[in-house]
Design a protein around this ligand. Structure first.
Ligand code: PLP
Length: 375
């Protein structure tokens, strides 16, 4: 059986975790946490970063930093993981669902302005499959209407928009290091990115249960206290140590994933040209971080058939999101607008196995199985 996903170990994870364990400081914001944060800031030019216990937590911190009031509106895509909306709903905001583009599942910037009301405060573009949203268009709309932009960059590590790292463009951004992402912090983990200076101080306070402990440790205040809202968003040093091993190997991880992705693309191109399905779309402004390889089939029956065929032949391929606007919990919060592209991706998109320890032979084998299905 070829699994859909398998977490990759670079070899140094246990070593660094052992170091963290015997260093005598296990709680967060220690040596490994600081090393990871400095690495992200340096490599991607992020203004300020804070490791979190998950991508969801990083999004929750973003939502708290936006300082929303009841009745404020936040525009999110409907075709996304639930945390994109959940984080803002928890802050009392109303989520307004946007449709995806026809060319790929990212939020359709052209539909955004029609969704803006005097209550709109935030737009949350999700870089689906690590492929950039049209950030120039989104930032221009945000600027015009005085909105904040929070990038859900959970899948977008090491990807760019017009050469600029994703996560460095919005006022705030969130990454995930869940085991299904390109790099992992030992199963669960995330990163908050603060690009707008105005949010840096408060981000540190929210991160540490509403205390100004970070300032205290830097010697900027002589005692720390309870100064704001917050939660325990910081991970233990053991998770940071795991993540450090992955960061040291990110180029190797990315190179291998891209080889696998390109192998899929080349092998499946002839079938796509015949109209069996469409391949992932990477606009000129986006780079490919090989987070995901997906196909978009013509309809639900075709997708169900292909998944079944692959399963019978020992390959686990999976569909992806059920759109939020038609889900049991979020349906009642939606205004009833049709979101046709979201519905199409919910019915027609299938993801193929893609993980570091997959071989190009296995990818070729999967492509052969797909070709056999269409004969
Ligand atoms: C994975 C993911 C998240 C959540 O990240 P966790 O680390 O699992 O909490 C949020 N948004 C998107 C788009 C994701 O893919």
């Amino acid at each position: 059986m070829i699994n859909f996903n398998q977490p990759h170990l670079t070899g140094k994870e246990a070593h660094y975790m052992y170091e963290a364990v015997y260093a005598g400081k296990l709680s967060g914001n220690g040596r490994f946490t600081k090393a990871c944060q400095a690495w992200f800031e340096q490599r991607y030019g992020f203004r300020k970063t804070l490791l979190t216990t998950s991508g969801t937590d990083a999004l929750e911190m973003c939502a708290m930093l936006c300082n929303l009031k009841p009745g404020d509106e936040v525009i999110v895509p409907s075709y996304t993981f639930v945390s994109t909306a959940l984080a803002f709903l928890r802050e009392g905001a109303k989520v307004v669902f946007a449709d995806s583009m026809k060319r790929n599942p990212n939020i359709d910037a052209e539909t955004l302005e029609a969704l803006i009301t005097p209550h709109t405060k935030v737009i949350v573009p999700v870089h689906y499959a690590g492929v950039a949203c049209d950030m120039d268009a989104i930032m221009a709309i945000a600027k015009k209407h005085n909105l904040l932009v929070v990038e859900d960059a959970a899948q977008a590590i090491d990807a760019t928009y017009k050469g600029k790292p994703l996560g460095a463009i919005g006022h705030l951004a969130a990454f995930s290091f869940h085991e299904t992402k390109n790099i992992t912090a030992g199963g669960e983990g995330g990163l908050l990115v603060v690009n707008d200076e105005r949010f840096v101080r408060r981000a540190e306070i929210l991160w540490e249960k509403g205390t100004n402990r970070a300032e205290f440790f830097r010697g900027e205040v002589n005692k720390y206290g309870w100064v704001d809202m917050g939660s325990s968003f910081l991970p233990s040093e053991v998770n940071a140590a795991f993540l450090w091993a992955q960061l040291e190997n990110i180029d190797e991880i990315q190179t291998k994933r891209k080889v696998l992705w390109e192998t899929y693309y080349k092998c499946l191109k002839p079938l796509a040209d015949k109209g069996c399905f469409s391949l992932p779309d990477i606009p000129d402004y986006a780079s490919n971080n090989a987070h995901m390889f997906y196909l978009v089939l013509p309809n639900l029956e075709a997708r169900t058939g292909l998944i079944k065929h692959l399963k019978e032949n020992g390959v686990c391929a999976v569909f992806h999101y059920l759109s939020l606007h038609s889900s049991p919990y979020y349906k009642s919060k939606h205004d009833g607008r049709e979101l046709l592209q979201c519905d199409r991706y919910a019915d027609c998109l299938v993801r193929l196995p893609l993980f570091f320890d997959l071989s190009t032979d296995e990818v070729n084998h999967i492509c052969d199985l797909i070709a056999a299905y269409y004969q």
